[in-house]
Design a binder for this molecule. Structure first.
Ligand code: ADP
Ligand code: MG
Length: 322
């Protein structure tokens, strides 16, 4: 058997290669601190996400898929703020230095890092129950970041892409139907989310408020409403549902997943009605559907109506850790 990998060899072999040369990275992996350059007039946008095996992903999850998913989920917060990616750090707690697990994890993580142009600039490696903590760092012009607090009475509510697919994938994770084409499309939404970085940046100056859909549309929109001191009318009939979701579920179940399911990592945002034409042009330019799903109201609370205009009870409160 090969000698156990020590901490520094492990970092050098699996993680240093993810620290691509980048004009913003003055110093990456290998010193006490990473040093990143910020252009004059820019602010640092930063967010950290921890994912615990058995809690946020199955203990036996495919490490390559896990690598992509954990960086995509973390990077989605940069997208929601309209930030440009600068880099990320990785605090890794591992039960053992399993080389094949590490090689596959680093490969999935590296693929995502290249796709999002986000170099790995540092981290920490310890032994314990499998836990992944990723801190993403981004840059945004001073005062320009998209916030949850800017929604105003009369603004329209929009969402990117389609909703509910990642929640539906949870039903399929332990079933052997991955071979079915449409089932695979749902599983891909869970394992390979696409943080909407280009959309987020383009929304600076257009959107009045934004959030990424990680806990479920209703729960995440509630955060915008609370931070902005407003309410909303949501039209469930306007929710964007994928063909795969419609194929596998009744309209009612698909709508429930779109409203309550998390992990889609789409952006939900608000904008003044006169921005509608710019948003439609942006959807074409980015080849990403943008759907108008409701309106902000001065009256507090979130009300939802179905396709026939009847009130629809919101059953899901989003993912609660405690
Ligand atoms: P220190 O003791 O100064 O905190 P470490 O010995 O923990 O430094 O780490 C050495 C270098 O390797 C540092 O630059 C650190 O950021 C980097 N590093 C440690 N673990 C990881 C990891 N999992 N991924 C990327 N970089 C890492
Ligand atoms: Mg350290």
């Amino acid at each position: 058997m090969a000698a156990a990998l020590n901490e520094f060899e492990l970092i050098r072999r699996f993680f240093s290669p993810l620290s691509a040369a980048d004009e913003n990275v003055v110093c990456g992996i290998g010193d006490d601190c990473a040093l990143l350059a910020l252009a004059p007039g820019e602010q640092l946008a930063t967010s950290v996400d921890s994912m615990v095996a058995g809690r946020h992903f199955p203990v036996d999850a495919d490490p390559g898929k896990l690598g992509w998913r954990c960086l995509a989920a973390a990077t989605s917060d940069l997208a929601a703020c309209g930030a440009r990616p600068l880099g990320f750090t990785l605090a890794l707690t591992l039960p053992s230095a399993d080389e094949s697990w590490l090689a596959a994890f680093a490969s999935g993580l590296g693929e995502a890092a290249r796709a999002f142009e986000l170099p790995l600039v540092g981290g920490d490696t310890t032994r314990g129950p499998l836990t992944l903590s990723l801190q993403v760092l981004g840059s945004v012009s001073a005062g320009a970041a998209l916030r949850r607090s800017g929604a105003r009475d009369g603004d329209h509510i929009w969402v990117s892409g389609s909703l509910g697919d990642a929640r539906a994938a949870l039903d399929l994770l332990d079933r052997d139907i991955a071979g079915l084409h449409s089932g695979q499309a749902l599983l891909d939404r869970y394992w390979r989310p696409q943080p909407r970085l280009a959309l987020g940046r383009a929304l600076v100056g257009i959107a009045s408020a934004a959030i990424d859909v990680s806990d479920g549309l209703a729960a995440d929109l509630q955060h915008i409403l609370e931070c902005s001191g407003v309410g909303a009318d949501l039209h469930a009939g306007a929710l964007p549902l994928s063909d795969a979701l419609r194929h596998h579920y009744s309209a009612e179940q698909a709508t429930a997943y779109a409203l309550g399911g998390g992990d889609d990592y789409e952006l939900c945002f608000t904008a003044a009605p006169e921005q509608g034409a710019r948003l439609q042009a942006l959807a074409l330019e980015l080849q990403l559907p943008l759907s108008r799903i409701g309106a902000i109201t001065a009256a507090p609370g979130l009300r939802c109506t179905d396709a026939g205009g009847r009130p629809l009870a919101l059953q899901y409160a989003g993912f609660q850790h405690f």
